[in-house]
Design a protein. Structure first.
Lengths: 255, 342
């Protein structure tokens, strides 16, 4: 699905991501964990095209997407959520989601001027897609509420829905469960499982270990920009290098 | 009661009533001067609608807007006064000129983000002013341009009179508003709003930032050019002061007061403030003592302006009135709900 080879990103003299090679499997939950500043978000930015890698290659379904700009990568089926999603607060949930399917439409200025059939059809399609995505994340009942009036957890779900409206093949979720309570975290984990059941591939960054261990099929651990471990949750949680990275690497702990 | 009035304002009939008022205004006005002030206000409103595209919908604070207004005015003025063009070809020329220059400036300046973009465009606006003031061979410098042609009415009307000109401007304003209302509801308008919400998120939704920002910028400068050309055709004498940065800040104020990123905000803000300015004329520069605090209060308590705050209020009210069960899957617009329940 997504194959990353020797990916490196230098910020000046600092290697934010250094020589990372990894393969994310289709229809699985692939997690990336690591201490703060390990380069997880940078890694996502590289895959999504927000940063240009210093070296290395990224293959999406065998196609080289290494130096493509963000919007083209999105069109190839990489959906994304951020740690914080800035939405239009004084607009309804549905209104915020309609633009999600814009990348699959072609209407331009001329269509707006003459109110072309194409524009009308595409606007209908976008609206339907938005409703579909909203239904998928279980928020149909808030479609007419303002973003400003919904809960933090509902916002997270709206962010999921927005990414889903782009018709992605793979979803990059950056700390989707940050700032929500344990019960809601479980609900979001269920939602990710639902995505897998619908044939999507999920790739997530998360700090909530309980959630990760329960949901991930495969975990990659980053520390100081380098991949220090990779494997199933069991393999990773018993890995000496991982324990050292998380608990600190002084002699006592290692001994 | 309040909600009933509010719901009434949301009806399409309210628009028709406003248009009807605008149509009969010249007959209600006490004198020709009032018609003239109204026509000027309409011209500014067109320019403010342009600013609303790039700043209100697309979220890029363009401080060169007054500069493009002046370019529109000068293009029309110079083409008719110095090069013997008649009004309407020169009018089209002004639109093309502001669109082309808008494209060139946009391609360069939109590489910058947020306040860097604002500062850059502030400089562009000042450079425009300097060019108009100093490039004497082309622009006549500080003397300005005289003998600008008035629009000819194809033998039907005489636009040198105030009232026919008023209707001409009204026509263009309605056209400008019609296009914006179509744009703002369309996928293209939604694309602009997505960019305002954040570059990062918009890109992740597959939106090409540069292409859409430049398009919004060109649309906005063309609006400024349209307003500028009408202005030149009305006053028929222009100078470098048309590019004064104060014009840009005036327009931003109109936009903020009326409601940034809303459909009727630019009109309401412009008309309201132009008339308040008129009625406070006797205070001269001291009127800023009233305007300043008023603006501060407004920005603190109504950050989305009069129209934006009104729309938020009415939406919340209508949502609160619908029972939880009925709210689900309701495809009725908030306005309809408000009417049904009021």
């Amino acid at each position: 699905m997504l194959k990353v080879d020797n990916l490196t990103k230098m910020f000046g003299g600092l290697a934010a991501v250094s020589n990372v090679s990894v393969e994310f499997e289709a229809n699985k939950v692939n997690a990336i964990i690591g201490p703060n500043g390990a380069g997880k978000s940078t890694f996502f930015n590289l895959i999504a095209g927000a940063h240009k890698p210093t070296s290395g290659t990224i293959l999406l379904d065998g196609k080289d997407v290494t130096n493509l700009p963000c919007d083209q990568i999105a069109r190839l089926g990489v959906g994304r959520t951020f740690q914080t999603t800035n939405l239009f607060e004084q607009a309804t949930v549905l209104d915020n989601l309609i633009v999600g399917h814009r990348l699959r439409t072609r209407s331009g200025l001329w269509d707006v001027l003459v109110n072309s059939r194409r524009l009308q059809a595409e606007e209908r399609a976008c609206r339907e897609k938005a409703r579909e995505a909203l239904d998928f994340v279980g928020l149909s009942h808030v479609e007419n509420r303002f973003i400003a009036d919904i809960t933090q957890e509902e916002r997270k779900r709206v962010a999921f829905a927005l990414a889903l409206a782009t018709d992605p093949k793979i979803l990059l979720l950056d700390e989707p469960a940050a700032g929500v309570n344990p019960e809601e975290t479980e609900g979001l984990a269920d939602l990710m499982r639902k995505m897998i059941n619908h044939g999507l591939t999920v790739c997530l960054i998360e700090h909530k270990m309980g959630m990760i261990m329960g949901i991930a099929d495969k975990i990659m651990v980053l520390d100081h920009g380098e991949k220090i471990a990779e494997g199933t949750p069991e393999q990773v949680s018993n890995d000496a290098a991982v324990i050292e990275a998380y608990l600190g690497g002084d002699e006592d702990a290692a001994a | 009661m309040l909600l009933k009035i509010a719901a009434l304002l949301m009806k399409p009939g309210a628009k028709m009533a406003m248009l009807a008022f605008a149509l009969v205004f010249p007959f209600l006005a006490a004198n020709e001067y009032q018609v003239y002030v109204m026509a000027t206000a309409f011209i500014w409103a067109i320019a403010v609608y342009g600013l609303n595209i790039i700043t209100g919908y697309c979220g890029q604070l363009n401080l060169a807007h007054g500069g493009f207004f002046a370019i529109g005015a000068y293009t029309l003025g110079l083409l008719t006064a110095d090069y013997g063009w008649s009004f309407w070809p020169a009018f089209v020329g002004a639109l093309v000129m502001t669109a082309v220059l808008g494209f060139l400036v946009g391609v360069v300046s939109l590489r910058l983000k947020e306040h860097y973009f604002a500062i850059f465009t502030l400089c562009v606006g000042f450079i425009i002013y300097l060019l108009l003031d100093k490039w004497e061979e082309l622009t006549h410098g500080a003397i300005g341009v005289r003998d600008i042609a008035a629009p000819y009415g194809f033998g039907l009307v005489d636009f040198t009179d105030t009232t026919p000109f008023y209707y001409l401007v009204l026509g263009f304003l309605v056209l400008a508003m019609w296009f914006i209302s179509r744009l703002s509801k369309s996928l293209l308008g939604r694309t602009f709003i997505a960019i305002r919400n954040g570059d990062e998120l918009a890109e992740s939704l597959g939106i090409n930032l540069m292409r859409n920002k430049v398009l919004a910028f060109v649309l906005s400068t063309t609006y400024a050019g349209l307003a500028g050309a009408l202005y030149a055709g009305m006053v028929r004498f222009i100078g470098p002061e048309e590019a004064n940065i104060n014009h840009t800040f005036d327009m931003i104020t109109y936009l903020l007061v009326g409601g940034i990123g809303t459909l009727s905000g630019p009109l309401l803000g412009t008309l309201g403030l132009v008339w308040i300015t008129q009625s406070l004329q006797f205070l001269e520069e001291y009127r800023m003592i009233i305007f300043g605090p008023l603006l501060v209060v407004l920005v603190i308590f109504f950050p989305r302006g009069i129209v934006g705050s009104f729309l938020t209020w009415i939406h919340r009210k209508s949502q609160a009135l619908v029972p939880e069960g009925k709210r689900k899957d309701s495809k009725v617009t908030p306005t309809k709900e408000a009417e049904n329940n009021a």
